[in-house]
Structures are given as C-alpha cells and as structure tokens.
Design a protein around this ligand. Structure first.
Ligand code: PMP
Length: 400
C-alpha cells in the first residue's frame, strides 16, 4: 500500500552532514551544522552542565513522573527572566505566560499553532533569507508565510530600506518573525538605532512581533546585550512572542530544551492564553521532557552556577569571534580578491560568505569542506588548524 511513496529529499541543512559522513577523505571538514565544536573539533558539554547533571543524579528524591503540560514551573519562570530581564515589569505584572517546549523549533511550532487558532491575522512575515525550517514550521502550524527583504548581497549587510518598505506595506496586524540576535544564516543584525525604528514601525502598524531567540549569549558573549531587541519591544508595553532555545547557549542540543513566552496586555489575558496553549500542546506531545529543563533550572537558579555558565558561554562566543579574525587574516594574507570584512562584521555562529552554489560545490568536491549551498559556514566548526585549509579552498574557488 506504500508503493506510491516517493523518496523525500534530504533536509538541506542536516543533509550536509549526511554527505560529510560518506566522505572518506582525512581532510574533510563539516561547516554545515550549527553546533559548537572545540578547538580540537569535538562537541562540548559545558562543565556547569555536567555539574548540574551530577547534582540531579545525587538527589534521590527525584522521580520520573510526568511534568505538567506546560513543563517545569521553575524552568519557565527562570527562562522568562533570562530573556526579558530580572526586573521586567511585564513579569512583575504577571502578564507573561511561559511554556516549556521542545527547544526553539517546538516553541516556534506551538506559538505558530496558537496564533493560527486564536489570532485574527494568519500571515507571518519572515526575513529573506532565514533559517530554512521557519517557513515549514509556520506553514504546518497553519499560518500563511510571506517574506520581507532583509539581506543585501551587494553590501553583505542589512537591506534596511527594503525591510522598512516591506513591513510598512504588510497588512495591519500581520505577524513578523524577528531573529533576536545573530541572524541565521546571514550573521547580519540591525543596529540598536535600527531596532528602535523597526519597533516604531511594528507598533504603529499594530504588527505582532514574534522573536526567535536561538543564540542569547552565544552571539556577543553577553546575555543581556543579546536580549536587547526583545527587551526593547517588551518595554513599550505591547504584546510580543518569544521562542527561546538552550541548544546553543547551554550546549543542550539533543536534550531539546526551550520555552515559548507570550507577553500579554494583562495577567487575566495571559492566564487565558496559557489555558489555550495547553490545548495546543496536549494532543501534540502531551508534556515535555524533564531532564534538560531540570539542568537549565538548576543552573539558572544558583548564583554560582549561573556565573560559571556565563564564563563558559563567553569562552564559546570568544572562540567563534577569534575564528572570524583568523579566517579574515588568512584570506587577506593570500591576497584573495574581494572585500572579506563581512567575515569579522557578521555576528553569531555563521558567516554568510557570499560564495555561490557553484563555488560551494567546487569547494566540497576539491577540498572536502561541507557547507550549505547558500555559502553559509559555521564558524563554530572551524579551528586554528583548519582555517588555512578553508582559506585555500575559498581562494581557489574565487580565483578559478
Ligand atoms: N531558530 C534559529 C534561527 C536557529 O538557528 C535554530 C537552530 N539552528 C533554531 C531556531 C532551533 O533550534 P533548536 O530547535 O535546536 O533549538
């Protein structure tokens, strides 16, 4: 009965790793995945995470009962505080509902489905380009996806004029997806002044901001600085959605820990919204997993562990920033044609190199370096040892 089923294509991002795994060259390098690697090219479990896990293990009172539909209460409170700020009036006024979800993706999905059921506008505007899963997540949640201009390939920076025009002509009430910081895949973020202009436009048109915060602290090394955009929107008293992920900033990728916060106009609305979120979640996966959220809550509620986390987080961010400099210097020392300053200007895990799909294919074939076909490379996958190899490959690709 399944004879008619056609083979689906590999996921464009995860498929890069599938191809990488099949390559037997000792030179092979995977810059496709968005996961942190150490200078030795190894995945990293933070010391503070190991310590939290040990504490959880030693606590014999812990059981494996189901969490509530909305997840671990402590985790939810602490997550809202982390993104909105400890002194956020919205939290003090109980206007925020936070539910634990399956990492960033699950938070976007639950938020999207809630909007499809309860919001008068079904259109969500996502940046062009954006993380490849965004249109799929929101479409399946029941929203209609449109794009707004974001990246300018000529300047390799923000197309701010295009962004303002497109959001300016969006229908009133439309939902707008914003990357809180470290835009994926471009690494291009608005400046604080530009954020303020975006905020004014969004509020003046009664658009609904939906922040995707997948890199808080991972971009600059500073948790508060990376939450600036979200806090700017919450400070004006308006509504706002935020999807948080602990995949990158705590290295909890496979634990699938995240949260959706909805900032409402009043405590009463927030509690009704939460009651409806439960109806979205219950038939989807019933309730979220306990382990990862317990790790996060353990770290966030203990002053010393929190401090230890920020130090380890900054070390990851700094290593990535250092890789940017090294790659930039390596291209410059090779005299590679072109202006490569965007490598050091871009923010976060990725560099949008500007290499076209043909150049990417050449680099993969001749140098065994894997990246997505849009020329996005994960800086977290680079090390001092591999930078020269990548620089050689880029040099060869652009001088061919
Ligand atoms: N949003 C963005 C912009 C991302 O880059 C990612 C991870 N690549 C996610 C959301 C979701 O990641 P996760 O579901 O692993 O938290």
């Amino acid at each position: 009965v399944f004879e008619h089923v056609v083979r689906a294509p590999e996921d464009p991002i995860l498929g890069v790793t599938v191809a990488y795994n099949k390559d037997s060259s000792p030179l092979k390098l995977n810059l496709g995945v968005g996961a942190y690697r150490t200078e030795e090219g190894k995945p990293l479990v933070l010391n503070v995470v190991r310590r939290a896990e040990q504490m959880l293990l030693n606590d014999s009172s812990r059981v494996k009962e189901y969490l509530p539909i909305v997840g671990l209460a402590d985790f939810n409170k602490l997550s809202a505080k982390l993104i909105l700020g400890a002194d956020s009036p919205a939290i003090q006024e109980n206007r925020v509902t936070t539910v634990q979800c399956l990492s960033g993706t699950g938070s976007l999905r639950v938020g999207g489905e809630f909007l499809a059921r309860h919001y008068h506008q079904r259109t969500i505007y996502i940046p062009l380009p954006t993380w490849g899963n965004h249109p799929k997540v929101f479409t399946i949640a029941g929203l209609s996806v449109k794009t707004y201009r974001y990246y300018d390939p000529v300047t390799r920076g923000l197309n701010f004029q295009g962004l303002l025009e497109d959001l300016g002509s969006a229908p009133s009430g439309a939902i707008v997806l914003l990357h809180a910081c470290a835009h994926n895949p471009t690494g291009v973020d608005p400046t604080p002044q530009q954020w303020e202009q975006i905020r004014q436009l969004i509020r003046s048109k009664a658009l609904l901001p939906f922040f995707d915060s997948a890199y808080q602290g991972f971009a600059s090394g500073n948790l508060d600085a990376d939450a600036h955009s979200v806090r700017l929107f919450v400070a004006d008293g308006g509504e706002c959605f935020v999807a948080q992920s602990y995949a990158k900033n705590m290295g909890l990728y496979g634990e699938r820990v995240g949260a959706l916060s909805i900032v409402c106009k009043s405590a009463d609305v927030a509690s009704r919204v939460e009651s409806q979120l439960k109806l979205v979640i219950r038939p989807m996966y019933s309730n979220p997993p306990i382990h990862g959220a317990s790790i996060v809550a353990t770290i966030l509620k203990d002053r010393n562990m929190f401090q230890e986390w920020t130090i380890e987080l900054k070390a990851m961010a700094d290593r990535i920033i250092n890789m940017r400099q090294q790659l930039f210097d390596a291209l410059r020392s090779r005299g590679t044609p072109g202006d490569w300053s965007h490598i050091i200007k871009q923010i976060g895990m990725f560099t949008f190199t500007g290499l076209n799909s043909e150049q990417v294919a050449f680099i993969t074939k001749e140098y065994h370096i894997y990246m997505t076909s849009d020329g996005r490379i994960s800086m977290a996958g680079l090390s001092s040892r591999t930078v020269p190899h990548l620089a050689d490959a880029i040099h060869a690709a652009v001088t061919r």
